[in-house]
Write a protein that binds this ligand. Structure first.
Ligand SMILES: CC(C)(COP(=O)(O)OP(=O)(O)OC[C@H]1O[C@@H](n2cnc3c(N)ncnc32)[C@H](O)[C@@H]1OP(=O)(O)O)[C@@H](O)C(=O)NCCC(=O)NCCS
Length: 372
């Protein structure tokens, strides 16, 4: 590639030829896959993920490089976007709208081309392009807050809380129920509806409130990806069917199911139980919470006990939460031996492209469910 310092003739386009997509994937493999799998396995993994509802029709690979006379592109920098819905309630409005956002799971320049301004130039181009296509973009930065903030992605704090199996006493209580994939889909619909209802009822006159819609497709994508790694790279032999655990109190599964059906009817105020939705993150030896809804402080201990039991039975050494509901973090630390750290990597960043200068943004569900 001829590298031109002023980037004259550079374009940002969606990769529209399969060979461009595969080339971009290799660049991503070199960055994030090489430690755990070979290139062929990585391509297989990406093919598998492409077939899931979360990705199908929602993933775009963007390539940035020098336009060629034959219509091709000489590129060494690339990123991906995944389209996913967000709830947004603008400052001063009473309505919760649902909008498409573009989330960025990967962003990279080939090693030989780093430190020459290419990454920031692509970001500038990405910002202009995305502004035309959507109003919200989310990413998790591994390069601190300064890089992405230059073009409008503001960073938010991230606290990781880990609870180890070995240093806690636990037993499963009858007040909790493990649920599988099929029930996870229903719970996520009720959870989303309740989140939207709560957002529309909340008094939020001084800020705009945004949340990704916590969809089943996201949970499935994370679980399929981790199970693929477990099976193909980490020699895991047995897999749990459990997608999570919910707090049921004295209600049977049949009663819960009929309440869920009712909750999803038009005009009915939804009732979603407290729950933890997770993925078995074998690579990190962790049961990773993707979403934790805690409706009442009394539900925390039974849910965490059940999650610790799940981790133990899957030979995982800990459970991990990102930004556990702030009002309950102190209680969690009181009841369990936990390790909470302020993260420097995976910093959540959000851009609202038509933000007014004084518009404050509150980002709800700033946990793993927002991570792609
Ligand atoms: C991050 C990345 C895309 C930047 O591309 P690049 O072409 O090297 O960046 P640029 O030359 O345009 O640098 C622009 C600025 O970002 C800063 N920057 C670059 N990489 C950085 C990093 N890893 N951490 C913090 N700041 C970084 C540079 O210092 C520079 O700042 P300056 O203008 O004040 O000197 C590239 O380093 C990369 O591919 N890294 C590996 C993959 C990765 O971590 N991607 C981000 C995942 S969230």
């Amino acid at each position: 590639m001829t590298f031109t310092e002023n980037f004259e003739g550079y374009e940002l386009i969606p990769a529209n030829i399969r060979s461009q997509v595969l080339k971009a994937r290799i660049a991503m493999y070199r960055e994030w896959g090489v430690d755990i799998m070979d290139e062929e396995t990585w391509q297989k993994r990406e093919d598998l993920l492409e077939s899931l509802e979360f990705i199908k029709g929602n993933l775009t690979t963007w390539i940035f490089g020098l336009g060629l006379e034959d219509g091709g592109l000489d590129f060494h920098s690339q990123f991906e976007t995944i389209r996913r819905p967000v709830f947004i309630k603008r400052k001063g409005s009473k309505n919760v709208e649902i909008l498409d956002s573009l989330c960025i799971p990967t962003y990279t320049c080939d090693k030989e081309f780093r430190g020459k301004g290419l990454g920031i130039k692509m970001l500038q181009a990405a910002r202009s392009k995305m502004q035309e296509l959507c109003s919200v973009s989310i990413l998790h930065s591994d390069v601190g807050s300064g890089f992405y903030s230059r073009y409008g992605w503001d960073s938010y704090p991230l606290i990781s809380t880990k609870i180890s199996v070995a240093s806690n006493q636990f037993e499963k209580s009858n007040d909790t129920l493990f649920f599988n994939k099929e029930l996870a889909r229903i719970i996520s619909l009720v959870d989303s509806k309740m989140l939207r209802t709560d957002m529309s009822r909340a008094e939020t006159n001084d800020s705009t409130v945004i949340s990704v819609v916590p969809e089943f497709g996201h949970y499935e994508w994370r679980n399929v990806r981790d199970n693929f790694e477990g099976q193909n790279c980490l020699n895991v032999k047995e897999f749990s069917e459990n997608y999570g655990v919910l707090y049921c109190g004295d209600q049977t599964e049949a009663i819960l199911r009929s309440k869920f059906s009712e909750s999803l009817l038009d005009g009915v105020a939804p009732e979603c139980p407290s729950f933890i939705m997770w993925t078995h993150r074998f690579k990190e030896n962790s049961l990773l919470s993707l979403r934790a809804r805690i409706n009442h402080i009394d539900h925390i201990v039974p849910l965490i006990n059940a999650a610790l039991q799940e981790a133990k039975s899957c030979s995982l050494s800990k459970i991990e939460f990102w930004n556990f509901q702030t009002e309950f973090l102190g209680f969690l630390e009181e009841k369990f031996n936990v390790e909470s750290i302020v993260m420097k990597k995976s910093l959540p960043c959000l851009a609202l492209f038509d933000k007014n200068p004084d518009e404050k943004i509150e980002w709800l569900l700033n946990e793993q469910v927002s991570f792609v």
